[in-house]
Ligand binder design. Structure first.
Ligand code: ZN
Length: 146
């Protein structure tokens, strides 16, 4: 059995190896279906991916914080039955168009707008950070207590 064909074990995700010359890091960060599972980077940036064999003699020097390799398993899918059928539920978050804060799940109308290339509706009035300023602005524009 070749190491390159071994599927990643969940508890090794995020493992960090360092090339013996000290100039390159490899992080176990699979990008299926590509068989090379180690994301490699040097001081200039990404060098792509390498195989298990290529980095096998690079010492393990650590783990990405909060990764399975650091002892923090990935959270199980909410619906295990779905995961057994191979289905996954993805929830998109709507961010405030004023400050970028995550507000809530996107609505179907917002997804439709994004797909059709239309502008997303203004949701600043839903944002705890932006709504007060927006209200002040509106008040100023209408002349306050007219
Ligand atoms: Zn905001």
């Amino acid at each position: 059995m070749s190491a390159a064909t071994t599927p990643p074990t969940e508890n090794a995700l995020g493992t960090v190896r360092r090339k013996p010359n000290g100039r390159v890091l490899a992080v176990l960060w699979p990008s299926p279906p590509h068989p090379a599972r180690w994301m490699v980077t040097d001081q200039w940036g990404s060098c792509g991916y390498e195989t298990d064999e290529k980095v096998a003699d690079w010492p393990v020097v650590g783990a990405v914080p909060f990764s399975p390799a650091a002892g923090v398993p990935l959270a199980p899918l909410a619906d295990e039955a779905d995961s057994k059928r191979g289905a996954r539920t993805i929830t998109l978050q709507r961010c405030c168009n004023g400050c970028g804060r995550e507000l809530r799940d996107v609505t179907d109308a917002e997804i439709d707008a994004a797909i059709e290339g239309r502008r997303l509706p203004d949701v600043r009035h839903e944002c705890p950070d932006c709504a007060p300023a927006l209200a002040d602005q509106a008040e100023a524009q209408t002349g306050g207590d007219v």
